[in-house]
Design a protein around this ligand. Structure first.
Ligand code: FMN
Length: 348
């Protein structure tokens, strides 16, 4: 790994090479290597909201509540979901390097930060479906550009459909244009409501970085399509101006014309949210392996009465937790920053 001095958070962590796996090393060294893939998982506003403690038989997985988003997510829902996404990366990397990965959720632990633990044991028979997703870990990106207006091929929809049933969470794939239009209306209303709230803009702006950022978290402005020198002004711009109107117009079109809208839903318990995060990540890693792009349109989940209306449109008995569009587009080449692995390790 490049020395700390040369560490570029937008490049170095993504250059992880599987031939560097320390096959003759101690177990903890090997588990630490797996974590290099785990930290490439996505998180809300790229807050990197997890911590790990290595153990002789695996690892403990913690939420980092110092990285909360109190305005957009006062109940830490997306923080727990993001940790679920990291757990899925662990399962995939473990399967690839020949480890069975037994994950236990700890929703009622005495330490509220402790969300899960993973036991890793060498195995020659790891899940082939998970193994196939390994290359997608470094290829996956949130891609917020405009997508082509075309439907998913039939075989693709069927493949994704197999990933929609969990125990405590589930995924709904919407391809009906009338339903998509109703959801698009909620999204655009969400944009107007959120962007007119100075506290929402302030929080978002505090996680937006220039395109030359050396920080290992937050969203570099190129993620929003803000180029070059203008990106220095990105946070100020977002904090100062209510961009609800143009954003609503754009998102409405994106949602209405998307090949498909995907809704991850479940109860609000920690177990259900962790599973929702795992299912989401497996879904987008699979979509990535199929050459599909995705981007979130979570606004209706983050405004209370819009969430209830989305629930009604979909006829759900539980709660919509995540909403994103998928389709075909030019891939996003530039990756978002990641903190160095040591920053998320709990020593001792
Ligand atoms: C639970 C969760 C919620 C997210 N919500 C949004 C969102 O509402 N809008 C958005 O544009 N991106 C959203 N994102 C995407 C993150 O901003 C993105 O994952 C992060 O910036 C890292 O970029 P990457 O996914 O390309 O690695 C979300 C991601 C996660 C995991």
């Amino acid at each position: 790994m490049a020395s700390e001095k040369k560490y570029d958070p937008k490049i170095t962590p993504w250059q992880v090479a599987e031939q560097d796996f320390p096959k003759d090393g101690a177990s903890e060294e090997k588990f630490k290597f797996l974590l290099r893939y785990v930290i490439l998982a996505p998180s809300g506003h790229n807050t990197r909201t997890w911590k790990f403690k290595l153990q002789p038989e695996g690892m403990l997985i913690y939420a980092d509540y110092t990285r909360r988003l109190p305005v957009v997510n006062p109940d830490d829902r997306e923080l727990v979901i993001s940790t679920g996404a990291a757990i899925m990366n662990l399962r995939v990397a473990a399967a690839h390097f020949g480890y069975a990965c037994d994950v236990q959720y700890h929703p009622k632990a005495n330490t509220p930060e402790l969300l899960a633990s993973a036991r890793l044991s060498e195995s020659s028979q790891t899940d082939p479906e998970l193994k196939k997703l390994f290359p997608s870990i470094v290829q996956r990106r949130t891609n917020r550009i405009e997508y082509e207006v075309r439907s998913l091929a039939e075989g693709e929809l069927e493949r994704l459909q197999k990933l929609t049933t969990g125990q405590k969470a589930a995924i709904r794939i919407v391809t009906d244009k009338t339903i998509q239009t109703s959801i698009a209306e909620l999204i655009s209303q969400g944009d107007h409501i959120q962007m007119s709230d100075p506290a929402f803009r302030q929080e978002l702006a505090s996680w937006v970085r220039s395109n030359w950022t050396r920080r290992g978290d937050g969203i570099a402005a190129y993620g929003f399509g803000i180029p070059g020198i203008i990106s220095w002004m990105g946070p100020w711009f977002m904090r100062t101006f209510d961009l609800g109107k143009p954003q609503a117009k754009k998102d409405y079109q994106f949602a209405k014309e998307a090949a498909s809208l995907i809704i991850v839903h479940g109860k609000g318990t920690k177990e259900s949210l962790l599973e929702a995060g795992e299912m989401f990540e497996r879904f987008v890693l699979t979509a990535t392996s199929m050459g599909l792009q995705y981007a979130f349109l979570n606004q209706p989940m983050e405004v209370r009465n819009l969430r209830t209306r989305l629930q009604a449109i979909l006829g759900l008995a539980d709660w919509p937790q995540l909403l994103f569009r998928i389709g075909y587009a030019e891939p996003q080449k530039r990756a978002m920053p990641r903190r160095p692995l040591d920053a998320v390790l709990i020593e001792g």
